[in-house]
Design a protein around this ligand. Structure first.
Ligand code: SF4
Ligand code: SF4
Length: 128
């Protein structure tokens, strides 16, 4: 079953981890508008986004974190921390039956997102 490695720049999400990893178990990639298939990456969203409150405070307290060690800890037995991906955006060339994504990697963008609609699957590529 294909599932891409997820890189995510959305630091304002609860699931975001240093190194642009996503710590969620599974993410759902949807069309922003339920009734309309996406034509562009901007029309997609990561529905699993959950806003991290008090970002400024959190970043303030993270000055002391051992980022190198933390990042190294994310590779256990050669396994990279990455969620499984469920995607319903079937207008994308990487979409496969069963709501799967067969891209090798995907990039989730929306650096200062406050809500799901502010995030995108940047890897989306229109079939047409
Ligand atoms: S926005 Fe989506 S991909 Fe990014 S950290 Fe949050 S849940 Fe994971
Ligand atoms: S690359 Fe395409 S199929 Fe894969 S998650 Fe993004 S929108 Fe869905």
């Amino acid at each position: 079953m294909p599932s891409p490695i997820v890189k995510c720049e959305v630091k304002s999400c609860n699931h975001w981890l240093p190194g642009d990893y996503c710590g969620a178990e599974n993410i759902d990639i949807l069309n922003e508008e339920e009734e309309k298939m996406s034509d562009t990456a901007e029309q997609t969203e990561c529905k699993t986004f959950s806003e991290r409150k008090g970002v400024a405070n959190m970043i303030g307290t993270l000055d002391n974190v051992n980022w190198g060690g933390l990042a190294a800890g994310m590779f256990l037995d050669g396994q990279q921390v990455t969620p499984t991906v469920t995607c319903i955006v079937n207008s994308c060339i990487f979409w496969e039956d069963g709501d799967l994504c067969n891209a090798g990697n995907i990039s989730v963008t929306g650096r200062h997102a406050r809500e799901c609609q502010d995030t995108n699957c940047y890897t989306f590529k229109n079939r047409d």
